[in-house]
Write a protein that binds this ligand. Structure first.
Ligand SMILES: *Cc1c(COP(=O)(O)O)cnc(C)c1O
Length: 361
């Protein structure tokens, strides 16, 4: 028998979640962020389910190539921009939009003007409004904008964008400051604006502007503390599941698993599920992390190993070898698992390894 670990991708959930985003933003256009292989769900299948978006956002030229190869004619935005001159002809051939966030990119554009007949490159000018990761200092907006407009190979309709550091906190001084900084720096400049990631769409309606850029929410995942995606009407797009391959009686006081970190408090049954960090389940998930066995919530006990995880079956007396185990997804938000592993749901869905079979539902 092949390994029972599967990642079920719920295509209708992706489409539903795109609808939830649209309903929240009224007229704003939606760039579906599908970087990192569609947040680990599989780029092509995700893009097909999200074809109703107005644009796609990716982090690599390779992902953009895959989207074009799959036949998508949408605008595709390279969110971290091009990194070397050799990228420029590829951008033009594939008809991509690029973020420009650094003077080094402008120098590359100046040194490599387009050939005759080349399309003009569509640019998203990224301003740093206070996160201090990517972007030109916001106060330089007008200067950089003018410099870009003076270049021959650039489409004049430049989108002005910025990114929030803290939009998952719905009443936050930093986000208010970033909003004000961006507004002030871009006052009087022509062009559309784009500020909002998923959390900003959910909690900062004043940041909608003309383009929103949700990623996680499309996959049903929220980074808002204490509020999983389901709290916003979103549906999980991935269910990670496997099966029990053993059930063993363990006597009171006996240890379970590597490092003997956990001891049975009484005579009990331990279930062993065919899933582990070799599949992308986080080794950091502590004793007490929830899983569903035939729909009943039970805790992980002891350490997660590469291929196997041990479960306390006291709550699930009907569990048997072959019982289905859900690690996250439908019925168990990945955000809850992430909390027990000291991370966010995004990281978990991005980390599924190649030995897990992906199924579309
Ligand atoms: C990844 C990314 C997003 C999407 O963020 P989510 O929190 O997943 O919605 C939006 N904008 C930029 C620039 C990004 O890099």
């Amino acid at each position: 028998m092949s390994r029972p670990a599967v990642a079920r991708i719920h295509l209708d959930a992706l489409t539903h979640n795109l609808g939830v985003m649209r309903a929240r933003v009224g007229g704003a256009r939606v760039m579906a962020v599908v970087k990192a292989d569609g947040y680990g769900h599989g780029l092509e299948r995700v893009a097909a389910a999200l074809a109703g978006a107005d644009a796609f956002g990716v982090a690599s030229l390779e992902d953009a190539e895959r989207l074009r190869a799959a036949g998508h004619t949408h605008r595709i935005v390279l969110l971290s921009g091009f990194v070397e001159p050799a990228d420029l002809p590829r951008l033009r051939e594939l008809d991509l939009d690029s973020v420009v966030h650094h003077p080094a990119q402008i120098e590359m554009l100046e040194a490599h003007p387009p050939g005759p007949g080349d399309e003009r490159l569509r640019v998203w000018l990224k301003l740093d409004s206070g996160m201090h990761r990517l972007g030109f200092p916001a106060r330089d907006a007008a200067h950089v904008h003018a410099r870009l407009r003076a270049l021959p190979g650039i489409n004049g309709d430049i989108v002005l964008m910025t990114h929030f550091a803290n939009s998952d906190v719905f009443d936050d001084e930093q986000t208010r400051r970033q909003l004000a900084t961006f507004d002030q720096a871009t006052q009087g400049l022509p062009g559309q604006r784009s500020l909002a990631n998923s959390a900003a769409v959910l909690g900062w309606p004043m940041a909608q502007a003309q383009w929103v850029r949700p990623g996680g929410a499309l996959y049903g995942i929220s980074v808002v503390p204490g509020m999983p995606g389901t709290a916003f009407g979103l549906r999980p797009a991935m269910t990670l599941a496997s099966r029990l391959i053993a059930i063993n009686p363990v006597e009171a006081g006996e240890p379970v698993g590597y490092g003997a970190t956990w001891h049975a408090p009484e005579d009990m049954r331990i279930g062993v599920v065919a899933l582990g960090y070799g599949d992308g389940y986080p080794r950091a998930a502590k004793t007490g992390t929830p899983m569903l066995v035939d729909g009943i919530e039970v805790p992980v006990v002891g350490r997660v190993s590469m291929d196997l995880i041990t479960l306390d079956l006291r709550n699930a007396p009907a569990a048997a070898i072959g019982s289905e185990v859900v690690a996250w997804g439908q019925g168990l938000p990945v955000e809850r698992v992430a909390e027990h592993a000291g991370t966010i749901g995004y990281e978990l869905v991005c980390s599924i390894t190649r030995r897990v079979r992906f199924l579309e539902t």
